[in-house]
Ligand binder design. Structure first.
Ligand code: GLU
Length: 288
């Protein structure tokens, strides 16, 4: 069988914190334990949210924790033409419509009410939405088990290209993850809810579904996901081994306390014992 591949796909909105290190480590271990490749993709399409220096800081942080990647780093900003072609393809298949609703109109709707569903031609400043019919999407998550979702009831017609012209996350990530090269997407459980929409895009474009595994996310003592918004502390680059031990413990790895003088040695021990079955059922809480 061909060699598979995993990937870590951070948005360059700030430095890595313990939560993003956990996701990166889980994905890295899963790939390395299988002898797969592991790629880093920078999800930098949402330019207003990008922070100067964040990509360099993320890459330096991965490197200093021994999470070395294969091949060149990929940048979504370099692939806009590919996403535009996918959008044109979806349009040709009748899967999209043009939406001129203002943010104010749709902001209060939990699920988009479908005002513009009949719009087949663009208007100035319109977004492009995926037409979500009553289809169910199902998949077997490697960690969370079987999932079944009727997108019309959970998400509705979701945005593929925003009014400001920016390609939205479900389209870009589906095109990249569905291109056939990535075989396993191991990422945080907060993204479980966005998977069915990505699978719908993958299926409609006739792309290849990777397997998905959504791992626990690190939360703070208030139960909130560690993130820039919740003021998560950046990783201290002077203690990579201690950071990795915390993360391995949170992943239920028997190697968390293994003797190791370097990150690389500790990761080697963790690779040898990696199993999705060790993951805890509940989200680990970051030390305060
Ligand atoms: N770029 C997304 C984020 O940082 C993650 C994308 C993904 O893993 O699918 O939240």
């Amino acid at each position: 069988m061909d060699r598979g591949a995993g990937r870590f796909a951070p948005s360059p909105t700030g430095p890595l914190h313990l939560g993003s290190l956990l996701t990166a480590t889980a994905s890295w271990l899963d790939a390395r334990a299988r002898g797969d490749a592991w790629y880093v993709r920078i999800d930098d399409l949402d330019t207003p949210r990008n922070r100067p220096g964040a990509t360099d800081s993320i890459l330096a942080s991965l490197d200093c924790h021994g999470l070395h990647w294969d091949g060149p780093v990929r940048y979504q900003s370099a692939r806009i033409a590919v996403y535009e072609r996918a959008l044109a393809d979806l349009a040709a298949r009748g899967c999209v419509f043009f939406c001129s609703c203002s943010r104010r109109t749709v902001g209060s709707q939990r699920i988009y009410a479908g005002n513009c569903r009949a719009r087949r031609a663009p208007t100035p400043d319109c977004s492009i939405r995926m037409r979500v019919d009553e289809v169910a999407v199902d998949f077997d998550d490697l960690v969370c088990g079987h999932r079944y979702e009727v997108l019309a009831e959970t998400v509705g017609d979701f945005v593929l290209r925003r009014r400001d012209g920016i390609i939205a996350y479900p389209l870009a990530t589906a095109v990249d993850d569905g291109a056939g090269e990535i075989t396993r997407v191991i990422r945080g459980r907060d993204l479980l809810a966005s998977t069915a929409a990505q699978l719908l895009v993958i299926d409609r474009l006739g792309l290849t579904r990777p397997a998905y595994g959504h791992v626990p996310i690190v939360v703070n003592t208030a139960g909130q996901k560690l993130s820039k918004q919740t003021h998560a502390a950046p990783l201290d680059p002077s203690r990579p081994l201690a950071n990795l031990r915390l993360v391995l413990e949170a992943l239920g790895s028997p190697a968390a306390a293994a003797p190791a003088g370097t990150s690389t040695e500790l990761l080697a021990a963790a690779t040898g014992t990696w199993s999705i079955d060790h993951l805890p059922a509940t989200d680990p809480v970051a030390p305060s």
